[in-house]
Design a protein around this ligand. Structure first.
Ligand code: AKB
Length: 312
């Protein structure tokens, strides 16, 4: 019997591609897309869709029971930059939505949860390069605080109630299918759109701000791999560090110039600079490599080729 899956936040940057990938694997009818708004045509037409607010516990439960959902991927969240504008809303969305699914699993109404964490769990006092799995974590954004708190609760529900929740600390994700919204790493996608439209880009992060990044294809594979891993191999039940690549806006611009020689970039850092400065510049991911055999396949060169090809 194919697994019945609900993706909450299915119309966002990760949710859209994840839902389509899960539908390929498990069959369209077995993957229910849920979001507060409708998504793109491909997603809406390929399988069941439900309008839902991730904070509405009754609605989430009713949909799970109605479709006999076994696994939930909770992708709804307010990201770092928007979270700083609406701290109260960010906290409520990011925390309440998590408790809704953790409690369903605790009550035995669903079997397994994927919940994404982020490099935003780290803060200014964290070692900046090759940031280890276990280290100082004093996040300075509401988003980061909510993700770090969420990690603690995931581990707690696993330890106390046996909830099978699995999580990855996503770096900035680069993709061409669906635009991101409200993140600090979004520049690394905007730049491709602007390069192709205007041959120039004004970066809201400074030239030498290195951040951990990953191509969506790698992130989707990591998500499916951790969910497929035998339960005893998933030893970290807070969230796993995951490394893809690290680069600065200047390094990304130089790679783009190899394909678009007239492309130019200038720098006008805004409030997102402070957020980026508080995050690691690179991540160490031995635990994920050892526990469930994670390995990244995309480097910067490959990503630039793929992004330009698809967006053209
Ligand atoms: C953001 O920039 O807020 C996100 C993230 C790193 O979690 N992309």
């Amino acid at each position: 019997m194919p697994t019945k899956i609900l993706v909450i936040g299915a119309c966002g940057q990760i949710g859209t591609e994840l839902t389509m990938r899960l539908r390929e694997i498990h069959g369209n009818d077995h993957v229910i897309a849920g979001d507060i708004r409708e998504g793109n045509e491909m997603l809406m037409k390929s399988g069941p869709f439900e309008i839902m607010d991730a904070m509405d516990a009754d609605k989430v439960e009713n949909i799970c029971l109605h479709y006999e959902v076994e696994e939930v991927y909770l992708m709804a969240a307010m990201l770092s930059a928007t979270g700083e504008k609406f701290p109260d809303k960010a906290w409520k969305l990011n925390m309440n939505s998590l408790f809704n699914v953790l409690d369903l699993a605790k009550e035995g109404k669903i079997n397994k949860i994927f919940w994404p964490s982020s490099i935003a769990v780290f803060g200014p006092t964290t070692p900046k390069t090759n940031t280890p799995q276990h280290t100082i974590m004093e996040p300075s954004t509401v988003y980061g605080i909510s993700k770090q708190t969420g990690e603690r609760w995931c581990e707690y529900y696993h330890e106390k109630y046996g909830v099978d929740v699995r999580s990855i600390r996503y770096p900035g994700l680069i993709s061409w299918q669906t635009l991101p919204g409200g993140g600090t790493t979004d520049y690394a996608i905007d730049i491709f759109h602007q390069a192709l439209e205007n041959n120039s880009y004004t970066s809201f992060l400074s030239e030498n701000t290195a951040l951990p990044m990953m191509y969506m294809e790698d992130a989707l594979r990591a998500t499916l791999e951790i969910m497929d891993a035998p339960a005893d191999q998933v030893k970290v039940r807070s969230s796993y560090n995951l490394s893809g690549m690290s680069f600065t806006p200047a390094e990304l611009a130089n790679q783009i110039k190899k394909h678009l020689p007239d492309f130019s970039i200038n720098y006008e850092p805004d409030s997102r600079q402070q957020i980026a400065d508080s995050w690691p510049s690179s991540i160490e991911d031995t635990a994920a490599r050892e526990d469930w055999k994670w390995t990244a396949r995309y480097d910067l060169e490959k990503v630039v080729v793929e992004m330009l090809e698809h967006l053209k």
